[in-house]
Design a protein. Structure first.
Length: 78
């Protein structure tokens, strides 16, 4: 499966195995047009790649769609 994601301005706290982590909400679509959402806690660039452009792009965020608060169950997002 191929997914294209965009970073949003929304950051939530998620609790997994007793640990609470901040996660940025990303929104996107699959190659077939299915809307999807991801909670990203970490992201990295391969050590051999130039991370400068990636870092600049990573600091760009858009407002989330109205659907975001309804997507994730309350037990996952604090």
């Amino acid at each position: 499966m191929k997914v294209t994601l965009e970073s949003t301005t929304t950051i939530v706290d998620i609790t997994l195995n007793g640990a609470t982590l901040p996660a940025r909400v990303w929104e996107g679509t699959t190659a077939n047009g299915v809307r999807c959402y991801a909670l990203i806690t970490r992201i990295a660039v391969h050590k051999d790649d130039d991370a400068a452009e990636f870092q600049r792009d990573l600091e760009s965020h858009r407002a989330p769609s109205p659907a975001v608060p309804q997507v994730f169950p309350a037990r996952l997002v604090l």
